[in-house]
Ligand binder design. Structure first.
Ligand SMILES: *Cc1c(COP(=O)(O)O)cnc(C)c1O
Length: 392
C-alpha cells in the first residue's frame, strides 16, 4: 500500500521544481533559428542574467550543465602549469579542482572538511606566503550543495586585497544564484559560473559564465575555439551566441523563469528562500533535540537558503529517502560526497518552492521518522508551524 500517487515532488538540490509557466513556454513547435522572435528573446536574456548576478560584467551562455561552465571558466583565463587555489568546503569545489587538474593546471587545496565554511585566516596565510604570485586564481563555491555550507565570498575579496594578491577570484554560484543573495560586482568577483536548473527553475542543459574585464584580459592557453567566451558575449551573428544551433526550447523556458523572478522581485525571492530555510532549520533543531539528527552546518550565518544537509545516522538516510519516495511521492536528496553517504540526506528548497510545499516536506519526513522508528525529538511540525505563522 502506497500513498505516493498524485503529483510527485522532487525536493533535491537540483534539478529543482519546474514551474508550469516554464514548461508551458517550452511546449511549442521549433522556432525559426535564422531570424525573428528567438533572436529577440535571446538578446533579452542577457541584461536579465546580468541583473540577477548584480553585475555589469559580460555573460556567456553555454549549452551544457554546470560542469561545462566550470571548464569554460577555467579554460578562458588560465594556462597549463598555472596554479589555482581550491577552497574546499564539500564535494563541489573539490570537483572543480579535479577539473582544473585535468586541464593541466596545478591545484593547491585548503580542505575545510564537510561541516565548516572557508576559513579566511587560512586563506590569508596562504596568499600572504605566495610572494611571487604563483597562484593565478582562487576557486570558491558560494553554496556547496553537498554540505549546504554558504561561504563569505565578499570576505575573500577583502583577503585578496589585504594581501595585495592579484589572483582572480572565481565563484561557483550554481546552487545559490536566485536563492542566496550574491552581488558579483559589489563583492569583487572576477568570474562566476551558474546553471539553469537550480534557482533558475529551467530543465538542466544551459549554463553561464559571467566575467569582468580583468578576467577577460587574463587570457591563458587552455581555451579551444568552442569554449572561447569572447565570440559568445558580443556575437556578430546569432549563431555565435552558442557556436551552433541555439538551445531553442531552453531559451523559452529560461525567459519564462526570469520573468517570474522579475515579477516577484529579486529581493523578495531572496527573502522567501531565507524564511523557508529558517522554517526547515526550526523543525530540524526540534528533531535533533533527541536522537541522531543534526543540521550539518552549525552556524546559521553559514547555512544556505537553497539546500539543507541533515545528518541522521547510517543507514537511516537511505531508509528515510526510500520511505518518503515510495510511500509519499517525495524525493529527497542523497548524502552526496559524504562518508557514509547513508548517514545524511538533503532537502532542496531552491527556486519554485513555497511555504505549503516546505510544510509538506517536513510533515512527510516527520511521518517517515515515526514509521521507521528513527529516534527524534517531538514537536518539529508544531515548531515549524509557529515559525511560519510568525515569519510569514
Ligand atoms: C549542481 C552543482 C554543480 C554541478 O552542476 P551540473 O549541472 O550537475 O554539472 C556544481 N556546483 C554546485 C555548487 C552545484 O550545486
Amino acid at each position: 500500500m502506497s500513498l505516493s500517487n498524485g503529483r510527485a515532488y522532487l525536493a533535491i538540490p537540483g534539478p529543482s521544481v519546474m514551474p508550469d509557466a516554464v514548461l508551458q513556454a517550452m511546449h511549442r513547435a521549433s522556432p525559426n533559428i535564422y531570424e525573428g522572435e528567438l533572436h529577440d528573446l535571446t538578446d533579452s536574456l542577457v541584461p536579465d542574467l546580468k541583473s540577477i548576478a548584480m553585475t555589469d560584467a559580460n555573460v556567456a551562455i553555454y549549452i551544457g550543465n554546470g560542469h561545462a561552465a566550470w571548464e569554460a571558466a577555467l579554460a578562458n583565463v588560465l594556462s597549463r602549469g598555472d596554479t589555482v587555489l581550491v577552497l574546499a568546503t564539500g564535494r563541489f569545489c573539490i570537483g572543480w579542482g579535479e577539473m582544473a587538474a585535468g586541464l593541466g593546471l596545478k591545484v593547491e587545496t585548503i580542505d575545510h572538511g564537510d561541516r565548516a565554511p572557508i576559513d579566511l585566516g587560512r586563506v590569508a596565510d596562504v596568499l600572504g606566503a605566495d610572494q611571487e604570485g604563483r597562484i593565478k586564481a582562487v576557486l570558491a563555491v558560494h553554496v556547496d550543495t553537498s554540505t549546504s555550507v554558504k561561504n563569505d565570498i565578499a570576505g575573500l575579496r577583502d583577503v585578496l586585497d589585504s594581501a595585495g594578491h592579484s589572483a582572480l577570484l572565481m565563484a561557483d554560484c550554481i546552487a545559490s544564484l536566485g536563492c542566496d543573495r550574491f552581488e558579483m560586482d559589489a563583492w569583487g568577483v572576477d568570474v562566476m559560473v551558474s546553471g539553469c536548473q537550480k534557482g533558475l527553475m529551467t530543465p538542466a542543459g544551459v549554463s553561464f559564465v559571467w566575467f569582468n574585464e580583468r578576467a577577460n584580459a587574463a587570457r591563458g592557453n587552455c581555451v579551444t575555439t568552442y569554449w572561447d567566451w569572447r565570440p559568445r558575449v558580443n556575437p556578430e551573428v546569432y549563431f555565435m551566441y552558442f557556436d551552433g544551433t541555439a538551445p531553442t526550447h531552453h531559451l523559452y523556458g529560461l525567459r519564462a523563469a526570469l520573468d517570474m523572478i522579475k515579477a516577484e522581485g529579486l529581493d523578495a525571492v531572496f527573502t522567501r528562500h531565507e524564511k523557508l530555510a529558517q522554517i526547515i532549520w526550526t523543525a530540524v533543531d526540534q528533531w535533533a533535540s533527541d536522537g541522531p539528527m543534526q543540521l550539518n552546518i552549525a552556524d546559521p550565518a553559514h547555512r544556505s537558503h537553497a539546500v539543507t544537509s541533515i545528518g541522521i545516522g547510517s543507514p537511516n538516510g537511505n531508509a528515510l529517502r526510500h520511505w518518503c519516495e515510495h510511500q509519499c511521492g517525495l524525493t529527497l536528496g542523497i548524502g552526496l560526497g559524504r562518508d557514509p553517504a547513508d548517514a545524511f540526506f538533503r532537502i532542496g528548497h531552491m527556486g519554485h518552492v513555497n511555504a505549503h510545499m516546505i510544510m509538506g516536506v517536513l510533515g512527510t519526513i516527520d511521518a517517515g521518522l515515526k514509521a521507521l522508528n528513527i529516534p527524534h525529538g517531538s514537536g518539529a511540525l508544531e515548531a515549524a508551524a509557529q515559525a511560519l505563522a510568525h515569519r510569514a
